[in-house]
Design a protein around this ligand. Structure first.
Ligand SMILES: [Zn+2]
Length: 465
């Protein structure tokens, strides 16, 4: 991974059985192990989405082209990535259909039909779906023609309520990504240049990968009344006056699996944080042909299934092969049990994160395993946080900016005047983009890192995926 991070990434997604390539360029098959990780992310987030009062719905895959064109900024933002259906069977369609790149316009049209009065508000909908974006360069999980995600779409009576919702859902994302994926995030606002096409403002969580590149890990948009005006989503308020709703939309995608790989992985493969791991403990029997070994291994599996997600590999492959395989797959704990262990009433636990081996009496496993899983979870988060801190630097001028990017690539904290010209200049000169204006502002200096003009905000910059 030190020599060729991109190749390392591609190897890991293949060898850990997360994906396979399909015959359509840039499309990926998510294999059972990869899909199980997604299902875990999905179930945790789905619970949070429902706890915060949202309902799941499902919108159609196809959008009339004219509908997508109703909101001007939106269509300008998405036009280059849109896939069009021009034929149905052998007949050319009178109007081409767009394969959804996102569903703002579908929700917009539907909301205009079902919202009439202040009593209909707020409307808090979420959809789990696939979307299609015709990307030129693709990489599994990070950028693919089709990906899975959830998109929340809400309508509110006031601008302030919508702003509150935008912030609330960003906090939900930050909590899930930090506490379950063990990936530390920066919370902040996107600049005008980087915000979602058609939004009033965009909030984001940004994380730093092992190679020092940033990954946008979740976004929440305040859409204001832009879409609502284009689609006529209006309601009669308590005084009988006609008003336009304020909207939000927010999403996370299968990209998060890419983040997981690139934050925690190492030269032996994937490392999956216990709380998100489909399998938390893998039992590998040693000398399993010897009498009593397999029986004991299965007995332990049945016992431990009550406290963790446990599996066993009782195949006739060599233990060494099994060790490598489950290290590649990043299973947090390996439990070895052989004839000598059985004699002594103990097992060996091997940690994936530190490679440490621990001998534990069998009768203590029900308490030791959950505690160990928690320790691994915390260790992964702390390690990732330390890595991010080591790769976060400060720049006061462009020479320092370039030097930092070259010598220690990662987040660069620098003051910015607020002009798009400076953002463009930095991007052209260094390929770094503004990741966010963090909620936690610091005053590093009075001057913009780029033009030397009066600084307005602290911005985190980085090269990004
Ligand atoms: Zn400037």
């Amino acid at each position: 991974m030190e020599d060729d991070f991109a190749q390392w990434y591609t190897d890991v997604v293949k060898k850990a059985d997360l994906v396979d390539y399909s015959s359509v360029r840039g499309s990926m098959i998510i294999r059972p192990y990869g899909y199980a990780i997604w299902e875990n992310i999905q179930s945790i987030l789905d619970r949070r989405i429902k706890e915060t009062g949202h309902e799941n719905v499902y919108m159609p895959l196809l959008i009339p082209q004219s509908l997508l064109q109703k909101e001007k900024d939106h269509i300008e933002g998405f036009a280059p990535e849109v896939a069009l259906v021009t034929h149905g069977g052998s007949e050319e369609l009178a109007e081409p259909l767009v394969v959804r790149p996102t569903s703002e316009v579908l929700f917009g049209e539907h909301y205009a039909n079902i919202i009439h009065s202040y009593r209909d508000l707020p409307k808090l909908y979420n959809q789990w779906a696939n979307v299609v974006r015709w990307e030129k360069t693709t990489r599994p999980f990070l950028r693919s023609l089709e990906f899975l995600w959830q998109e929340g779409h809400t309508c509110h009576a006031t601008e302030e309520e919508a702003a509150e919702e935008t912030r609330k859902m960003l906090e939900v994302y930050a909590e899930v990504v930090e506490n379950y994926l063990a990936v530390p995030v920066l919370k902040g606002q996107k600049t005008e240049k980087e915000k979602f096409a058609g939004a009033k403002f965009t909030l984001t969580i940004e994380s730093l990968m092992h190679d020092g590149k940033a990954l946008q890990s979740g976004t929440s948009h305040h859409l204001g009344t832009g879409f609502a005006e284009a689609f006529g989503i209006q309601f009669t308020d308590k005084d009988g006056k006609l008003q336009t709703v304020n909207q939000t939309s927010w999403g996370i995608t299968t990209r998060l699996i890419g983040a997981l790989i690139m934050v925690h992985g190492d030269n032996r493969g994937l490392v999956v944080p216990p709380r998100i791991a489909p399998k938390q403990v893998m039992i590998v029997p040693i000398a399993q042909h010897k009498e009593g070994v397999l029986d004991k291994a299965y007995e332990l599996k049945n016992r431990l299934n009550k406290v963790a997600r446990v599996d066993i590999d009782a195949s006739d492959k060599m233990p060494g092969w099994k060790f490598n395989e489950y290290e590649m797959k990043g299973i947090p704990v390996r439990l070895e049990v052989g004839p000598k262990d059985i004699e002594k009433g103990q097992v060996v636990l091997a940690r994936r994160d530190t490679s440490e081996k621990i001998i534990v009496p069998m009768e203590e496993l029900e308490t030791k395993i959950p505690a160990l899983l928690e320790e691994i979870q915390n260790n992964l988060f702390e390690k990732a946080k330390k890595h991010r801190e080591e790769k976060t630097t400060v720049a006061y001028n462009m020479d320092e900016f370039k030097k930092n990017l070259e010598e220690n690539p990662g987040f660069i904290k620098a003051m910015w005047c607020g002009s798009e010209a400076c953002e463009n200049f930095i991007k052209e000169e260094t390929a770094a983009t503004s990741r966010c204006i963090p909620f936690e502002q610091e005053h590093l200096s009075d001057k913009c890192v780029c033009c030397g003009g009066e600084a307005k905000h602290l911005v985190y910059w980085a090269k990004a995926y």
